[in-house]
Design a binder for this molecule. Structure first.
Ligand code: F6P
Length: 370
C-alpha cells in the first residue's frame, strides 16, 4: 500500500566529496522510509561523477539493510566530479576545465527523478545550490569530519573522527611518557581546527595548534620546556593540518586541478616536530593520522545523528521542501536553505567554550593571548 508521499515517486541519493563514517547510515535513513512510502530509490554512483556520467543503480531494501554500522559509502564518492568545473584530460595529458552541468541535469531528467538527496560537505552544497538554480530538486545532508558547515551545530562524521584522534592521543601518551619524548600528532580538518580542538581536548593534549589561532614558535617551545622543567618529561602536541605559524602560511602538500578543492594540506606535523627537536633539544617524534580519521565504523553519536538526518531529509523531500539542507540545532533537526548553508564556514572562535575549557586546564594554543 502506498502511503502519503507528497506525490513524489522516484528519488536519487548521492554521496559527494571525501567519505566519512555515517554515510551509509544516512543512505539507510533515507531509503528505508522512502521504500515504505512507495518511492523507488536510485543510488547515484561516485557522487556528482555518476550524475554527469549517467552511472546509477536501483537501491532495493536489501541493499540498505545491514549497513548502519558500515564505514565508507556503498555508493562510492569523489571529490573530483564538480559538474561546473569538470576536469577533462586531452591527448597530451593536459587538463581542461569544462562545464558538464547540462549532462547532470539531463541524467536527472532521464532517470525521472523527483528529487536528489545530496549528502556531502560544503563543496557538495555549493554544487547542489547551482544545480537547484538549474531546476533540479535537491535536499542536502551535511557531512564532513571537519565540522566546518556553519548552518548546522554539527556535521555527522566529526564525532567518529574525534574518537579516532582521542584514541590515538591516548596511545601516544603511554609511549611518550615511557621515552620522555615530545609527540606531535597531525590531524585533518582542512581550514578549520575543530578536529584538533575536540580531539586534543578529549585526549588531553598539552598543546593544540589550529588555523584560527596562529601560533608563535616560542610559545610552543616554552610550553614543552616548562613542562620538562616541572618534571613532566613528555608533551603531546595536537596540530591541525591547516595550522599557521604567526607570519607564516599553511603547509600545502600538493595541488591537483582535478579536485573540487585543488589544495591538499599536509606537512605541518613534521615541521612542528623538527622545529621543537632542534630548538629545545627535547627528542621529538611525529605521527600523521591521515585517513584513519575517515575510515571505520561510525560512533553511536554519528549513527544516531545520521539516521535523524536521513529520515528528516526524506521527510523534507516528501513535503516538497526542496533547496533545503537538514541541520542540527540544539537537540532538534531542522532545515535551512542550501544557499544560506554555504554562505559561511564555521570557524573556531577564540571564545568558544571548548577553547576556554582547554585553556583553563592548562592546554596551550601556542599563543600568550589565551
Ligand atoms: O574534508 C575532509 C578531509 O578529510 C579534510 O580533513 C582533508 O583535508 C581532506 O578531506 C583530504 O582529502 P583527500 O582524501 O582527498 O586527500
Amino acid at each position: 500500500m502506498t502511503k502519503r508521499n507528497g506525490g513524489i515517486k522516484r528519488i536519487g541519493i548521492l554521496t559527494g566529496g571525501g567519505d566519512c563514517p555515517g554515510l551509509n547510515a544516512v543512505i539507510r535513513g533515507v531509503a528505508k522510509p522512502a521504500h515504505d512510502h512507495g518511492l523507488s530509490v536510485i543510488g547515484i554512483l561516485d557522487g556528482f561523477e555518476g550524475l554527469v556520467e549517467g552511472r546509477a543503480k536501483e537501491l532495493y531494501n536489501k541493499d540498505v539493510s545491514g549497513i548502519l554500522a558500515r564505514g565508507g559509502t556503498i555508493l562510492g564518492s569523489s571529490n573530483k566530479g564538480d559538474p561546473f568545473h569538470w576536469p577533462e584530460e586531452d591527448h597530451n595529458g593536459d587538463i581542461k576545465i569544462v562545464d558538464r552541468s547540462k549532462a547532470a541535469v539531463k541524467n536527472y531528467m532521464g532517470w525521472n527523478l523527483d528529487c536528489v538527496i545530496a549528502i556531502g560537505g560544503d563543496g557538495t552544497m555549493h554544487i547542489s545550490n547551482k544545480l537547484a538554480q538549474m531546476g533540479m530538486n535537491i535536499v542536502g545532508v551535511p557531512k564532513t569530519i571537519d565540522n566546518d558547515i556553519d548552518a548546522t551545530d554539527q556535521t555527522f562524521g566529526h564525532d567518529s573522527a574525534v574518537y579516532v584522534v582521542t584514541e590515538a592521543i591516548d596511545r601516544l601518551h603511554t609511549t611518550a611518557s615511557s621515552h620522555h619524548r615530545v609527540m606531535v600528532i597531525e590531524v585533518m580538518g582542512r581550514y578549520t581546527g575543530w578536529i584538533a580542538l575536540h580531539g586534543g581536548l578529549a585526549g588531553g593534549a598539552d598543546i593544540i595548534l589550529i588555523p584560527e589561532i596562529p601560533f608563535s614558535w616560542d610559545a610552543v617551545y616554552d610550553k614543552v620546556v616548562e613542562r620538562n622543567m616541572m618534571g613532566k618529561r613528555f608533551s603531546i602536541v595536537c596540530v591541525a593540518e591547516g595550522a599557521i605559524p604567526l607570519g607564516g602560511e599553511m603547509v600545502i602538500k600538493k595541488t591537483d586541478k582535478k579536485r573540487t578543492d585543488p589544495i591538499q594540506l599536509g606537512g605541518i606535523g613534521k615541521l612542528v616536530a623538527d622545529k621543537i627537536d632542534e630548538n629545545t633539544k627535547l627528542e621529538t617524534r611525529y605521527t600523521v593520522l591521515g585517513h584513519l580519521q575517515r575510515g571505520g565504523s561510525p560512533t553511536p553519536y554519528d549513527r544516531i545523528l545520521s539516521t535523524k538526518f536521513g529520515t528528516s531529509a526524506i521527510e523534507l523531500a516528501m513535503k516538497k521542501k526542496f533547496g533545503r539542507m537538514v541541520a542540527l540545532k540544539g537537540m532538534e533537526i531542522s532545515s535551512v536553505k542550501i544557499e544560506d548553508a554555504i554562505a559561511k564556514q564555521k570557524l573556531v572562535k577564540k571564545n568558544d567554550q571548548a577553547v576556554r575549557a582547554a585553556a583553563a586546564v592548562g592546554m596551550s594554543f601556542g599563543t600568550k593571548d589565551l
